[in-house]
Design a binder for this molecule. Structure first.
Ligand code: SF4
Length: 228
């Protein structure tokens, strides 16, 4: 399967996406647009790591989001699939860098010895609050935080997207993760998610800039725009 050029509501700094596992992501987040697409075709998860037809390598000068449409680190993804993905990455990792993003970052820890240093390790924290109807099968927020806290000496990111209403403790949890960068985005379009008001987001952004780099995604503009 070839790389795809990053489009739509992707991080603006990502150049390509690579989805080495296809099918319905087991986390089943209520807001996931991929869920609707894959459910329509009823595709069970399957690895799709190397295509003999394309026989490609990653090439050069790319920042590749691995698993943008399926969480490759979900609990029930077989070890062999992860081993194959990391083995392919290892053989093709020169002059490119990676983003590995998961709502189950605890699994990063098991594979740290195999994950290259030119990979950002990222988790999503939509809020400090648990919203089981929205997160569905994804691990609770506090488990994601503990795992990120436990990962040392690696470039780490947190993505707050879609941002959901949060409490004061959110900042402490984000600090605990010791992220190199925090990305903030909103769900695209109208939805029934519990979203924070603009002034609350402004205060959060101010606090976060006190200890890390903050990237505001374009889709956050529906909820919050910076002056100037
Ligand atoms: S973890 Fe990501 S890919 Fe999986 S269901 Fe949630 S939003 Fe979709």
């Amino acid at each position: 399967m070839p790389l795809n050029k990053a489009t739509g509501n992707m991080y603006e700094w990502i150049t390509h996406t690579w989805n080495p596992i296809r099918g319905v992501c087991p986390h089943g987040c209520s807001y996931c647009y991929m869920k609707k697409i894959y459910k329509r075709f009823r595709l069970p998860p399957r690895p799709n790591i190397v295509s003999e037809k394309y026989g490609y390598t990653f090439g050069k000068n790319k920042i590749i989001f691995v698993g943008s449409a399926f969480d490759c680190w979900a609990k029930n993804v077989p070890d062999e699939w992860i081993r194959s993905i990391l083995s392919f990455v290892k053989g093709n990792m020169h002059n490119v860098s990676f983003l590995f993003q998961s709502k189950n970052p605890e699994r990063f820890i098991d594979w740290l010895g195999y994950i290259p240093y030119n990979a950002y390790l990222c988790t999503t924290l939509e809020s400090n609050r648990e919203y089981p109807a929205i997160y569905q099968n994804a691990p609770p927020i506090i488990e994601r935080v503990k795992a990120m806290h436990g990962i040392k000496n690696r470039p780490k990111m947190i993505t707050i997207e879609p941002i959901l209403d949060f409490g004061e403790e959110f900042i402490q949890l984000l600090k605990m993760c010791q992220p190199t960068q925090i990305n903030i985005g909103a769900n695209t379009g109208c939805n029934h998610l519990p979203e924070p008001p603009s002034e609350k987001i402004a205060a959060l952004v101010g606090e976060l800039r006190g200890f890390t780099r903050v990237h505001l995604k374009k889709n956050l503009a529906r909820l919050y725009r910076e002056a100037g």
